[in-house]
Every structure is written in C-alpha cells, then in structure tokens.
Write a protein that binds this ligand. Structure first.
Ligand code: GLC
Length: 745
C-alpha cells in the first residue's frame, strides 16, 4: 500500500505542479474558481457549514437529486427537492429555471446544469474515438475548450465527459465515445479532455466541470453487449481500466460517474472497492460522484438490492453522492436516516461535496448565463476552423496502393458515391449534443468546393445505409464507369454506435459491400472513405480497394477535412487507437495481449483460429502517410536501472519521402518475466511530429517506474527486477528493438 501511495503521490505532485504552477494555494485557501476536488477555502467551508445547519433533510436530499426538467419540476425546485438538472439547454431557458431556485427555493441554492457535451456542444468535433486517432492531446484539449466555452455560454455548468472507458471489443457501441483499447493513450486523452473542459478556473465563462465516466470498467462488458456483466481480476481492473480515471483525477477532474455494470458481482454504483478504497483512500479524490442514469435503482434488477430503498442505501453508503434520474435518494433516504440505517453524516458529506462544486463554479455569485455571449460564441468561424483541423488530424490512411492519393492532376471527372457521401446527420456521430445536420459540410460539398472548376464532380448515393437492395446501383456504376476516379463513402450511421447500439457483426452493411464491389468491377480506380463509430471488419475492401481512409464520424467540418486529405492539402497522419479485426470472430482482439504458453505460429498446436490468419487486419497504432519515414539510431542512456531509476530512449526519425508530413513515434515496452504474466507490448510513450521532406528529428522518451510496473497478486504497484524489451516505431507491430535490465537495487 505504501508503494501505491508513494507512487501516486509522486504522480500527483508532478501533475498538480504542472496544472497549478501559476497559482499558489494552500489547504486553507485556493485560487478563485479552483476546484481540484481535494481542497477548498476556509470561507467556502464556513458558508457550506452555515447552509447545512439551516437545511432540512428534504433540502439536503434535494441537493443530491438530479432530474430532467419534466413534470412539475418547478414545484420540486420551490420545495428544495432538486439540486441539478440534465437536459436543459440555452442561456434564456436555464436562466428561467435558475431564477426559481435562487428566488423561490428554501435557501436560494443555485442549480447546477449538466449535459452530455462529449465531442462538442453545437460545433461538433469528430467522435472521441476519432479525436484519439489524432494522437494529439494538445489538439484534443483545444477541442474540449471550445466545447466548454459553447456549453457554459448556453447555461451548462457540468459536462458528463470525458468518457474514459477502455474497450477491446468493437461490438460494444460505446467504443465510439472513448479513446480506444489502450490504458496509456486513454490516460493521456482523459487528462487532456479534463484540462480542456475545466481550464484553470471553473468560474471562467469558458469552463465547465468535467466528469470522468463510467466508473468503472464499463467497456469490459462480456461480448461487447452494452450493460452486460463485467467479470475481471482486480489486477486487470487496476492495470487496464483504471489508469484513464486515475489520470483524470490527477488532472483535477471534479466529478466521476458510477457505471451501470457490475464488476465481478458487485454493481459499480454500490462498489466500495472502487468508490471508497481506490477513489477516496488511494487516489485522494475530493470531488463528487454522480450515478449514471437510474443505475441506483438498476441494482434491483441486478439482484443486488431488494428494492429501491435498499438500492438507495447501498449506493449512498458506497459513495455515490448524487442520484441521477431515479429519485431514489429523495424518495427513500429520509426514512432510512430517521430509522438510523444511514448516518446523517454521510448525507452531509455528500451535500458538502456538491455545494463545493457549486461554489467553485461561482454559481452562488453569478448563477445566470449571458444570452448575448451565447450568440457570439456558438458555432463561430474560429470554432469551425478548429473542428476542421481536428477532423483532418483524426483521419487514418489505411492503404494507398500506387499512391492513388492524393487526387492527381490527371483527374478531370470525379464520381462521389455512397450513402454517406451527401449525408449530414450521421457525420455528427453519436452523442452530438446540440449539433445540427444543417451545420455539417458533407463529403460531396467539401469535394465540390475543393474541386472548383478544375474537376467535374458527379454524385450518386448508390444505396441506403442499411437497405435490403441497392436501389441506385446501376446509376452509380454508370457514373463511376464514366469517371477517372471514384470516391466511395461508406460505413455506419450515427445510431449504429453509441449507447445501447452494440452490434453482433462488424461488417459493412451488405448492401454497401455490394455497391463497393460493383463500383470496383466497373474498372475505375476507387478510394474508399469509411465512416464509423468503431473498427469495422473490411477484409474484402482491404484486399481489393487501392486506397482506404478511416474517417470515423468527423463532425461539422467532415467534408472539408476529407477533401483536404484526398486532395493532399493535408497529409494524413492519424493512427488507429483501436485494432481493426479481420472478422468479428476475432473479438476481443488487442495488441497488448498476453503471450500465452502457445503463441500463434504456423505450428498446429498454437493459439489461433484455423480459418483465418491470426494477425488483425490493421494493428493498433497503424496509419500511413503520403510520405515515408525511417527510424534509426535507437539509443538507451543506460542498459541497467534500479527499481526507482530512469532511462532515456532516443531515436532518429527521417522523412524519406517527397511530402512534409506527420509521424506518430510510438514507444512500447515488455516485461519479459514477471510474478504475473505481462502483455507482449504496452504503449508507454508517443509523440506526433511534423517533418519536412528530407528532414530528421531526434525523439526522446523517459522511462521510469511509472512505465514499467504492474499490480501484483497483493494489489501492490510494483516494478520487478529483470529484463525488458523496448521498441520505438510507427505502430504496435513494428519498430526498432533494444533491451535493458531493471536491477533489484
Ligand atoms: C446515459 C449514459 C451516460 C450519460 C447519462 C446522461 O445513460 O450512460 O453516459 O451521461 O445517461 O445522459
């Protein structure tokens, strides 16, 4: 435990120095609007204590209740029965509701308005899985900043983001909302999004309180089926699913959301291990926890609570401070407290945490939004420019045979084909908040705008996204046959991923594959643009189509970003944040797998399927460029370090092609022998760099105990002595290799 605490304190100190370097504060005072979740000011605490002394039990449980603005919600506010709303939008609308609380509720405590601002509020950025494909945390932070500014201007104080669930099963629809399969990439993206949403001052008009969700291990659902059972070891919980949450807490996230799922028999919303031992005692988290929607009363269906009273008692005792949408706290806990089953101190602690957040947001001093500001901030030209840049950085070039891309000067007639080619609503992706289809630049619009007069651009949808038969097939084939190049835009609708949208197949809808085959058979060169909320199994496409880009669901600037890439105005540098399989039968498939006693080889008795090659279609971290890069001179500052030592790894990267471009330099390690088996590779460093043609750069990484350890059978984070391998390269399947040793002293 000491090791855990020592390790965490080092990380915490480093993170806090970095985060609050410009602001000095002690446990007694804090900077205006600071809400790292751990500290508060003496003055705020005194004001909370004074409020608590005046509040009735109803008032207190009201502060722990979040609901939609439905039914007689104004009466609920007047009676002190609600402290937070989700689903209320707009400065004028939230002000109207807020005024009831400030002027007519028992103590005038302001409401906190929350919404799912996941990848933009009105300016919609690529889905988070797409943003993660940029491997550019600074850019992702900027996107969250814009989302926060638009949301706060519209009366939203708190976003239910970042979603930081690790997922290794692409059948799970919510893989779209996170940063993919890897704990390290996920942790970096989690911190970037928290910093982006919260900024350095929660009182600022462009900051919102963030919420790391879904705590915890929601992405581990068996079969990738949403809400399904999660049954994992505590080591896997700690080493795979928790690092992004820990990074969010280290970055100062003010809230977490407890998940729907059980973790090895205990529902997350009543799970003392994660909510008390890990979150409060090991990590020192001081913010508050909100349940996911009705996850408290879901515990009756789980078979973990006898009824809603029992569920409410189990949740608040475990550490869920606020109940979302089940009304179980408000309806049942008064009796529980009067009967002595729930100490009032537990309730007071939860109320104090919630009120701290409201003070940190400045709501007691300024509870209202500014409608004028809202108009000036929403969907501004600058915001769209950033959305286009994030979308360009998120695009992954999967194949480019014969350098078919960028579109050549010889192309005079272009066919833009497919059900997603002139589509707008689906390109916003899942959880698109206030995004509107009319805000979206479609792929056809973007290409037509870029082609201008030089190229004749024809369009044919060819089929619907999921229809039984391709109605427009003949017209599409004819258009392609008459063109110099066909851009076929295919993939998933926005509702084929996201919550409650798990799929048993990862294939393109059959009608779309028929369309693609028919266009390919027309003999025209084809570029496939694949839009999706998850990795898709596209083996035929990979074998037969010369150029393929993965564009995810790219948001409002989709068409411009895709045109920038296809015409070569932007050289794609995105990398896969999640493995692309050959077939759904490979699920779960991920690069950081264990070796097993019989790793896959051509030998008969080894771990593989007999009907497909064992590697994935495209590995984690994979992505091409219009130029080429060479890795050379891998150097280690030493080949031996002690358990608390560190070593520097450097490599020379050269742009050996004709175009300037980005490479994501990735560092992986492997602990060759451990007291528990270790993954064959683990990402422990990356950097997206830009190099002009012919130029080189030396890229350096630091490796220390934070990168080399794991939780052993005693749940102690430890770095064990022994040999390690290190690779630096362009993805998880390639790279220069070296070895080093960790000694016991
Ligand atoms: C949903 C989701 C959660 C979301 C919440 C509020 O069920 O699981 O991610 O933030 O409810 O909309």
């Amino acid at each position: 435990m000491i090791t855990v605490w020592a390790n965490h304190l080092m990380k915490l100190a480093a993170a806090l120095v970095a985060l609050f370097a410009t602001i000095s504060f002690t446990a007694e005072t804090w900077a205006e609007g600071q809400y790292p979740g751990r500290w508060s000011s003496a003055e705020v605490e005194q004001r909370i204590t004074a409020l608590l002394a005046k509040m009735s039990l109803t008032d207190k449980l009201g502060q722990l209740t979040q609901q939609y603005p439905e039914g007689k919600f104004a009466d609920d506010i007047r009676e002190g029965k609600v402290g937070s709303f989700l689903g209320a939008h707009g400065a004028a609308n939230t002000n109207r509701i807020q005024r009831i609380a400030v002027e007519q509720s028992p103590h005038g405590i302001p409401l906190i308005f929350a919404n799912d601002v996941i990848h933009g509020y009105r300016t919609i950025f690529p889905i988070p899985l797409g943003e993660a494909a940029s491997w550019d945390p600074q850019l992702v932070e900027k996107a969250a900043r814009v989302a926060a500014a638009e949301a706060r201007a519209s009366g939203t104080h708190w976003t239910f983001a970042p979603m930081v669930d690790i997922s290794r099963d692409a059948r799970w629809g919510r893989i779209a909302e996170g940063a993919g399969e890897d704990p390290y990439l996920g942790a970096i993206m989690a911190a970037a999004r928290v910093l982006g949403f919260q900024g350095t001052n929660l009182k600022a008009s462009d900051s919102v309180l963030a919420c790391a969700k879904h705590f915890a291990a929601y992405g581990g659902a068996e079969g990738g089926r949403d809400y399904n059972t999660v049954d994992i070891s505590e080591q896997t919980l700690r080493d795979v699913y928790l690092p992004p949450f820990m990074a969010a807490v280290d970055a100062g996230v003010g809230t977490l959301m407890s998940a729907f799922n059980e973790i090895s028999g205990v529902p997350a919303s009543a799970n003392h291990l994660i909510l008390q031992r890990i979150l409060r005692e090991e990590w020192g988290f001081g913010g508050f926890v909100v349940s996911d929607s009705k996850s408290v009363t879901d515990m009756v269906a789980h078979g973990y609570a006898a009824d809603n009273d029992d569920a409410a008692e189990k949740a608040i005792m475990a550490g869920v401070d606020m109940d979302m949408a089940s009304f179980s706290y408000r309806s049942h806990l008064e009796e529980s407290i009067r009967a002595g089953r729930i100490p009032i101190a537990i309730v007071d602690k939860a109320v104090r945490r919630v009120l701290r957040a409201k003070f940190a947001l400045g709501l007691f001093d300024n509870p209202y939004a500014d409608p004028q500001r809202e108009q000036s901030v929403i969907l501004s030209a600058d915001n769209r420019t950033l959305a286009r840049d994030v979308a360009r950085h998120s695009i992954v070039l999967l194949k480019n045979e014969g350098n078919l891309l960028p579109i050549g000067k010889n192309v005079r007639k272009l066919a833009v084909i497919g059900p997603l080619a002139d589509n707008s609503k689906d390109l916003l992706g899942t959880w698109a908040a206030l995004g509107k289809p009319e805000d979206v630049v479609t792929v056809l619009q973007g290409i037509r705008h870029r082609a201008a007069e030089r190229i004749e651009v024809g369009f044919s949808a060819g089929c619907q996204i999921e229809s039984a038969t391709p109605k427009g097939l003949k017209e599409a084939v004819q258009l392609a046959a008459d063109s110099d190049l066909a851009i076929v835009v295919i993939g998933e609708s926005a509702t084929m991923s996201g919550e409650a949208n798990s799929r048993s197949s990862l294939d393109l809808p059959p009608v779309q594959l028929s369309l693609l085959r028919a266009i390919h058979a027309a003999g025209v060169p084809v570029v496939a643009v694949v839009m999706s909320g998850r990795p898709l199994a596209i083996p035929w496409t990979a074998d037969n189509i010369p150029a393929i880009v993965a564009a995810w669901h790219p948001g409002v600037e989709a068409g411009n970003a895709i045109a920038d890439v296809l015409f070569g105005d932007f050289n794609p540098g995105g990398k896969l944040p999640v493995t692309f399989p050959r077939t759904v039968g490979q699920m779960p498939i991920y690069y950081a797998h264990k070796n097993t006693g019989r790793p896959a080889t051509k030998e008969r008795y080894t771990s593989k399927y007999i009907d497909i090659p064992w590697p994935p279609l495209y590995p984690f971290g994979y992505g091409l460029s219009y130029t080429t890069f060479e890795f050379a001179d891998l150097k280690l500052s030493t080949n031996r370090i002690g358990p608390f030592g560190q070593l520097e790894v450097s490599v020379k990267v050269t742009n050996t092609g004709e175009h300037a471009g980005d490479e994501v330099v990735q560092l992986y390690v492997r602990d060759l022998v451990g007291s528990m088996t270790r993954p064959v590779r683990e990402l422990k460093g990356f950097r997206r760099i830009t190099l002009e043609s012919g130029k080189s750069s030396e890229v350096r990484f630091m490796l220390n105990r934070d990168h080399l350890g794991f939780h052993n059978r005693h749940m102690t984070y430890t770095v064990e002595p022994g040999l390690f391998k290190v690779w630096v390269g362009p993805n998880s399947a390639e790279g220069l290799e070296a070895k080093f040793e960790v000694t016991s002293q």
